[in-house]
Ligand binder design. Sequence first.
Ligand SMILES: O=c1[nH]c(=O)c2[nH]c(=O)[nH]c2[nH]1
Length: 308
Amino acid sequence: MANTDIEGLKLEQRHGKARVRVARVWRSKEGRHFTVEWKVNISLLSDCTAAYLRHDNSDIVATDTMKNTVYVKAKECSEQLSVEDFAILLANHFTSSYRQVTTAIVNIVEKPWERVSINGQPHEHGFKLGSEKHTTEVIVQKSGALQLTSGVEGLALLKTTKSGFEGFVRDKYTALPETRERMLATEVTASWRYSYDSISSIPRNPFYFTERYLDVKKVLLETFFGPPKEGVYSASVQSTLYDMAKAVLNRFLDIQSVQLKMPNIHFLPVNISSKDNQMVKFDDDVYLPTDEPHGSIEASLSRIWSKM
Ligand SMILES: O=c1[nH]c(=O)c2[nH]c(=O)[nH]c2[nH]1
């Protein structure tokens, strides 16, 4: 928030444009098309208190202008680039173009369009929608100082065994049996903060952050599931979450912290009986899938030393 003290009061304010949707297509000389679809949120911290206090809009960057800027910058990007690089380019535009703008915060969610294959052959211009989404948040200061966070949302994962939950607090309110055999299902929301702290220090490769996104996802999945044959035992969502976050920090030295939200989506054992007939007796086979209520488990893990 941009803060101002006036007449013994503190005003905190920001303004921006939310949910600006843009799609961009790039065409290679050989005729292959590449595309992205982005939903952009822009928020500017700027000195425009006169608009709040004195009906004076002379320092206001119109949110309509912010929206137009998204399309102008998308047009100007003649080469494909990562969602992170587009967010940085936009944020940097706002802080460097307007004297009164001290900080620009840009969030983007990328829709997961994936190239289709027909009979095993990648299609030149055909895409289908995948599942989880790539996200980024970029905060740029006028000085060029940068905070860069990337993430994934909607990464739904499930394993049918190698999960249990034992040894928790038991009191007169506890009904949950201890188990070493249950389903484990979650929908991961992850975000990871990079240690690049200025625009000038970010890697130049236009797909650096796209590749990192794919690699981080891979590490998250490998740690959640374990090796294909034997898997890995999960003693709780908490312990699996910790292992996943730690694996990301161990593997990627330019990531400084990881935040994970992993709801525990319950699959309830099904037992059905009438007075004289047990119709269904649960034997780790028939479940009632639910989406609410769900356990909500989240944590963040950071390096204590924060610079590379
Ligand atoms: O992995 C789990 N963590 C919990 O905190 C919890 N609480 C609960 O009822 N089941 C589970 N499972």
